[in-house]
Design a protein around this ligand. Structure first.
Ligand code: GAP
Length: 487
């Protein structure tokens, strides 16, 4: 059963802003809808998640290599991939308020106000009609349920229409008479940069099928209903891997990647019950099998990663549109025929995870308001981000107890000795308790305090974020201890 804790979600959004993780984009101009900037600790956390994914895909797999393709691609790419014709959402406008809604979101919001059985019946009817692309019937469903616009309060609706989600822009300085000549798209997924480079990579890195190509980078979608913080953005980052395999082996590889990706999530110490697998009843136009890894966000179970069996659709389409062969010669022997497998267009299993969504997952899992009993019988709240140490923006805070007696110098020396291995932070302002709390709030797993005893025996206090326990430790042991904990 999924829970919906909007208060926690709002608290996370406020915390992310207050502590330098995520800011609304161009906030001084009142922001830009569904676009966000990452602050000092947010950009560090985001980089750590990206690095962790990249390392697990490339360094840890001999048969996966990376690319970094451009955001702009030849416009025919998107014709071939099907995005020009198919990458759209059904929308409806309220004629009075002029507000545009994604029809599934409009109906879902209404369903939430209904008793359980009625709600389930409405949602299942909606899913059926959307799958059949019967938009006239979807409009009738909205009218029959007297669903109203939240702004105008009326049920005065246009027909349901498809809106393409790709952003267009103009390319080059010279305007052509035919404006369409200059149109380029901002890529709506990073995957196509991998497909068009399939042979470049295979040949230059001398890869043998099965092999994969990984990429991280920005993608853009003109999401019509963009809400829920960084869950659904108009500019976001994807971490995608296309795994090229022999036709006929795609089922096995789909299962392999489904499991491998689940293990990646669990390797971050996130409990298994926070995840569930959601198979797609009707995979996207390019896939023969697909499903999502869903995580239980405070706003309920939602997709964080998609695994798609994309068949040979993309390579075949690019082959047709470019008139260039995108085939692989497989000289392994097929046991059935005793001959090499020969030339074919490989099948593809894709793993695709949103970096921003993974970031939100980490924040949602980490955010904790812990009630602490005080000695006088009252209580206080400690807000702590229990971020896995290997992803934490700052790994080690080094805090001299006072600003005098040579303690800052010792602390600086420790900092200088450790900072080439992991991100350290030095702070001498405010009482030590206050400094600990600030470090808790940004998820720093370890704090070192340099005190007067340090001068006598070269030991410091290490404080652990999660338990708040403290112990003494020789200065010489700090670096190895932290390195070991963030491995
Ligand atoms: N290449 C396949 C593809 O793009 P997708 O399911 O549309 O598939 C993959 O997107 C992942 O990208 C999603 O699981 C999600 O994590 C992320 N994503 C998609 N749209 C997003 C958006 N508007 N904002 C943030 N992340 C998004």
């Amino acid at each position: 059963m999924s829970t919906n804790d909007n208060n926690k979600f709002q608290a996370i959004i406020a915390h992310a802003k207050e502590y330098g993780f995520v800011f609304p984009s161009s906030e001084i101009y009142d922001g830009l809808s569904a676009v966000y900037d990452y602050g000092p600790w947010g950009s560090e956390l985001k980089k750590n998640i990206r690095d962790y994914w990249w390392k697990s895909m490339t360094q840890m797999h001999e048969n996966i290599v990376g690319v970094d393709a451009a955001i702009f691609m030849h416009p025919t790419t998107w014709k071939a991939s099907g995005h020009v014709d198919n990458f759209s959402d059904p929308m409806i406008d309220n004629k009075d308020s002029k507000k545009r809604y994604r029809v599934d979101h409009l109906i879902e919001a209404h369903a939430e106000t209904l008793p359980e059985q009625e709600s389930a019946a409405l949602l299942s009817e909606m899913e059926k009609l959307l799958a059949e692309e019967d938009f006239a019937a979807v409009k009738k469903l909205i009218e029959d349920h007297k669903i109203k616009c939240s702004i105008s309060g009326t049920a005065n609706w246009t027909d349901v229409r498809q809106f393409n989600l790709m952003f267009k822009t103009e390319f080059g300085a010279v305007a052509s008479d035919n404006q369409e000549d200059n149109i380029v798209y901002l890529r709506p997924e990073t995957a196509q940069g991998i497909f068009v480079n399939f042979l470049n990579v295979q040949k230059t890195a001398r890869m043998k099928v099965p092999f994969g190509i990984a990429q991280t980078g920005k993608a853009f979608r003109n999401e019509i209903v963009a809400r829920q913080f960084i869950f659904r953005m108009r500019e976001f980052e994807q971490m995608e891997m296309q795994f090229f395999c022999r036709p006929g082996t795609q089922k096995e590889w789909f299962e392999y990647w489904k499991n491998a990706r689940k293990q990646w999530h669990l390797s971050l110490g996130i409990p298994e019950e926070k995840y569930r697998w959601h198979p797609h009843a009707k995979p996207a136009f390019y896939a023969d099998n697909a499903g999502d890894i869903e995580y239980e966000f405070p706003i309920g179970f939602k997709e964080v990663e998609g695994i798609h069996s994309r068949t040979d659709y993309d390579l075949t389409q690019h082959q047709t549109y470019s008139k260039k062969k995108l085939q692989y010669f497989d000289n392994d022997i097929d046991e059935a025929t005793g001959k090499p497998y020969g030339n074919y267009v490989p099948y593809v299993i894709e793993t695709s995870i949103g970096l921003d969504r993974m970031f939100l997952l980490i924040l949602s899992q980490a955010y904790d308001e812990e009630t602490l009993a005080k000695e006088d019988g009252s209580s206080e709240t400690r807000t702590v981000l229990r971020i896995p140490p290997k992803l934490a923006p700052i790994k080690l805070a080094i805090l001299p107890l006072t600003k005098k007696d040579g303690l800052p110098e010792i602390a600086r020396n420790i900092m200088n000795n450790c900072r080439d291995e992991f991100y350290c932070f030095y702070e001498e302002k405010d009482a030590i308790g206050k400094r600990y709390r600030r470090m808790d709030a940004i998820g720093t797993p370890f704090c070192i305090t340099v005190d007067h005893q340090t001068k006598e025996d070269n030991t410091v206090t290490i404080r652990y974020r999660d338990t708040m326990t403290q112990e003494r430790l020789p200065i010489a042991a700090i670096k190895e201890l932290v390195k070991d904990k963030i491995k």
